[in-house]
Write a protein that binds this ligand. Structure first.
Ligand SMILES: NC(=O)CC[C@H](N)C(=O)O
Length: 372
């Protein structure tokens, strides 16, 4: 076993609370908003999901690393979390097709991790006191200095982060001979969304967060997609403007998570920062159109205002989160536009909601039929 005597490390929360642990790899500091994910599996997908940019991730599963990492399970080209907090960190792994250990993987991307933290107590603390900024540090004697630096870290509320993870140049994904063409705005898109669209015979052109409606429309796509992504949706003025243009022309539109929030904002419905968000792969949702329940993969810290959604005549709530009755999905009443707050691409997670990709393709076909 490597790293038998490891250095002390701490997690210092913005309110001054300290959780003790041990450094997993390198020394240093990692700042971000602390949040937790309750998924029992799928850590590599979580760590590489661009929606987590700027966040320190607490995994509630007590063992992390035991199946290593595998190139095909990347949700983007690198690790996106700001730092990792675990109970038991497995340096060894036992999966035949893994490429490397989790420690080698985190080292490769320069990510700081802390283990041996009482993650059950930490998660209870976040649930009681809400998501807040924090720092992971091996500089354990320098509490006052760390507190001063932590006070400078911007609050997630109001923070625009999509531009930090979006592509800078447009690119294509899938088979150029596929039946449908989709323009996707990359606010932090997960690869499994692209895989799911391509699997349904779509060729996707992925555009930067700053793309205009005209740029996204020049190649005459059959439909538009707004991706997931990090940060507060409210400052995404360009994405909101583009969405209004798409809606005005009644073009087929689908949004996931941050994309769902942007669609709400384009309809004049406000979003707000949640107490500690929804992150896990067993979140119960009810589809109000079918009456059926779905177990869903979720990762969000903001939500769409429910009252404003209910009182907006243009919009209808289609899905509700059964734990707290927040808006989990909506559609526009007279437009070819719908969105969900959760993750039908399920990387990681259950596959109950993949029908939403089929629904998007059906909406595209419906429009083509009307136009003929
Ligand atoms: N996964 C996402 O797209 C997250 C959206 C947004 N950043 C939130 O935390 O609510």
């Amino acid at each position: 076993m490597k790293y038998q005597s490891r250095k002390k490390a701490i997690l210092l929360l913005a309110d001054g609370t300290i959780f003790n642990g041990k450094a997993v790899g390198r020394d240093g500091n990692a700042f971000g908003e602390v949040c937790f994910n309750t998924g029992m599996t799928g850590y590599q997908e979580i760590f590489t999901d661009p929606s987590y940019f700027g966040q320190l991730m607490v995994t509630t599963n007590a063992h992390i690393g035991n199946y290593g990492t595998f190139e095909e399970e990347m949700e983007s080209d690198s690790v996106k979390i700001a730092g990792l907090i675990v109970k038991n960190f497995s340096y060894d792994y036992s999966r035949e097709n893994a490429d490397q250990s989790l420690q080698e993987f985190l080292d490769k991307y320069g990510v700081l991790a802390i283990s041996d933290v009482d993650t059950r107590a930490l998660v209870s603390y976040i649930r009681d006191h809400g998501a807040m900024n924090a720092v992971i540090s091996t500089d354990v004697e320098n509490i006052e200095g760390l507190k001063a630096q932590l006070a400078e870290v911007p609050n997630m509320d109001g923070l625009e982060l999509a531009s930090k993870v979006s592509t800078t140049e447009p690119y294509f994904y899938g088979d150029p001979n596929a039946e449908f063409k989709i323009s996707a705005m990359d606010l932090g898109i997960k690869k499994n969304i692209l895989r799911n669209l391509a699997k349904r015979d779509a060729y996707i052109k992925v555009f930067p967060h700053s793309a205009t409606f005209e740029e996204m429309s020049a190649w005459e796509p059959d439909g538009y997609f707004l991706s997931n992504g990090p940060g507060d949706p409210d400052p995404l003025t360009n994405a909101i403007e583009v969405t209004k243009e798409i809606i005005k022309r009644d073009l087929p539109l689908f949004g996931i998570c941050l994309g769902h929030q942007v669609i709400a904002l384009a309809n004049g419905i406000a979003t707000y920062k949640m107490h500690h968000g929804h992150r896990g792969i067993n979140h119960p949702v009810k589809n109000l159109l079918t009456g059926k329940g779905e177990i869903t993969s979720q990762n969000h810290g903001f939500s769409v205002d429910r009252e404003q959604t209910e009182s907006n005549p243009e919009v209808e709530i289609t899905h509700v989160h059964l734990n707290d009755h927040t808006v989990a999905g909506l559609r526009m009443v007279n437009k070819n536009c719908f969105s969900v707050q959760y993750h039908p691409e399920a990387g990681p997670g259950p596959n109950d909601a993949t029908y939403l990709f089929d629904q998007f393709i059906e909406n595209i076909k419906k429009r083509e039929y009307v136009n003929k």
